[in-house]
Design a protein. Structure first.
Length: 92
């Protein structure tokens, strides 16, 4: 007798079968993750320096704007990363 979890997993595998990823694809995905993590970190460091400088000057409007820019940049880079990952998973 199967548990509810096993039955759910059986139904899931029928509706959306698991895609096998080759070792080369795994390598490419890992490289993309590292590359985009570095891009995001680089952007965060730059904007945090700028934010600190603006805060020292008392320009809190600029601080808020830079924080919004950081969030926007992070989202766009994450979106770009996911698009590229999907291309790799689908075999380009």
């Amino acid at each position: 007798m199967k548990s509810a979890y096993e039955l759910a997993m059986d139904r899931l595998s029928k509706s959306a079968p698991t895609v096998k990823i080759s070792d080369e694809q795994k390598k490419q995905l890992a490289e993309l993750d590292a590359k985009y993590a570095a891009k995001i970190a680089e952007r965060e460091i730059f904007l945090k320096k700028e934010t600190a400088a603006a805060a020292e000057k008392g320009d809190f409007e600029a601080v808020a704007q830079m924080e919004k820019q950081l969030i926007s940049t992070r989202r766009s880079l994450q979106s770009e990363l996911e698009e590229k990952k999907e291309k790799i998973r689908n075999g380009k």
